[in-house]
Design a protein. Structure first.
Length: 288
C-alpha cells in the first residue's frame, strides 16, 4: 500500500485555514453518488432562514442513501488530515456531518461564518472541526462556489470591514475543499441558471455533540451494514473515559446480532487514567 502523504496539504491547511486537493476522488464516484441522490435532491423542500437560505436544499443521512457515500466519508487522505488536525485534543475523532447541499439559482450569498461557533466552548487552544466540501457540479464564481477567507483562523475579524478578500474555490468534481472549523467561509450567490450541488463531510473532536444526530440517522439495523471503522466513526464507539456508552459498555455491542443477556458496566479509560485508578485501588487493598 502506498503511504499517504499529507504534509504539504496539512501545512497549507494550518497556514491559510484551508486547502483544495485536486483530483482526490474519481469523478465517477461523485457522479454515482449524485445519481443515487437524485430523488432527495428533487423532493427535499427548500430551507427556511437567512442562514440555511430560502433557495437552498439540504439533507443528511447520506450513508444510508448511497453505497458510494462511505467511500467519501472514509477517504484516506482526508481522514489522515482530520486525525492530524484534531487528534491531539481527543481520544478519537467522529463524523460530525455528511450532508448534501443544492444551491438553486437566485440564492443569495451565505453569511460568512465559522463552523466551530456551533459549540460554545472557549476557542483558540485547539481546533474543533475539519470540514470537506466535495463538489458534485463544477464550482464557479457564478454558481455559488464556496468562498473562504484565508487567515481568519488565526486572525478572526471583529466586523465585516476587516474581512480579507475571499478565495472563490473554483474546482471540478473529485476535488476536496478542506477548511478548519475556525476559518470564515460561506457559499457564494448563485447567479447562474443551474443548480450547484455538493457534499459536505465534517469531522470533529469525539467528545463534542455532533451537528447531525448520528444514532437517529444510522440506527443499529443500519450501522450493522457498515465496516467496524465506519460504525465507530458515526458513534458506535466510546470516547474514553466512558463517553457515549450504552449500559456502561461500548455501543458497538448493539451491532452484535448474537448478543444475549444483560450488560454490566465496564471501564473504558485512557491508559493514564487506568494506571492512576489501579494504583489507588491497590492502596485500598484491592487484589486486581
Amino acid at each position: 500500500m502506498t503511504p499517504i502523504t499529507i504534509e504539504p496539504w496539512l501545512n497549507e491547511l494550518m497556514a491559510q485555514g484551508y486547502c483544495v486537493i485536486p483530483q482526490l476522488l474519481s469523478p465517477r464516484i461523485l457522479s454515482d453518488l449524485a445519481s443515487d441522490l437524485e430523488v432527495p435532491f428533487r423532493t427535499t423542500p427548500f430551507g427556511q432562514g437567512h442562514f440555511y437560505g430560502y433557495r437552498t436544499k439540504r439533507f443528511g443521512s447520506l450513508l444510508r442513501r448511497s453505497t458510494r457515500a462511505p467511500e467519501i466519508v472514509m477517504e484516506p487522505t482526508v481522514l489522515a488530515l482530520a486525525q492530524a488536525v484534531l487528534g491531539a485534543a481527543c481520544d478519537r475523532i467522529q463524523l460530525n456531518v455528511a450532508q448534501a447541499i443544492a444551491i438553486h439559482p437566485g440564492e443569495l450569498e451565505q453569511f460568512p461564518h465559522c463552523d466551530h461557533d456551533m459549540w460554545a466552548g472557549v476557542k483558540g487552544a485547539h481546533e474543533y472541526l475539519l470540514n470537506v466540501v466535495w463538489p458534485l457540479d463544477p464550482f464557479t464564481p457564478e454558481n455559488g462556489a464556496t468562498r473562504i477567507y484565508p487567515g481568519t483562523h488565526r486572525n478572526p475579524p471583529t466586523d465585516f470591514s476587516e474581512l480579507p478578500d475571499p478565495v472563490i474555490t473554483e474546482c471540478e468534481p473529485g476535488s476536496a475543499i478542506c477548511f478548519l472549523g475556525s476559518t470564515l467561509h460561506g457559499a457564494g450567490p448563485n447567479r447562474s441558471s443551474g443548480v450547484r450541488r455538493a457534499i459536505v463531510v465534517g469531522y470533529s473532536l469525539g467528545w463534542l455533540k455532533p451537528y447531525e444526530n448520528m444514532w437517529l440517522a444510522y440506527p443499529p439495523k443500519v450501522a450493522r451494514t457498515f465496516s467496524p471503522e465506519l460504525a465507530a466513526l458515526v458513534g458506535y464507539a466510546q470516547h474514553r473515559p466512558n463517553l457515549g456508552n450504552y449500559e456502561g459498555q461500548c455501543p458497538s455491542v448493539l451491532l452484535n446480532r448474537g448478543r444475549r443477556g444483560k450488560l454490566g458496566a465496564v471501564d473504558a479509560l485512557r491508559p493514564d487514567q487506568a494506571a492512576m485508578l489501579s494504583e489507588f485501588a491497590r492502596g485500598q487493598g484491592a487484589q486486581r
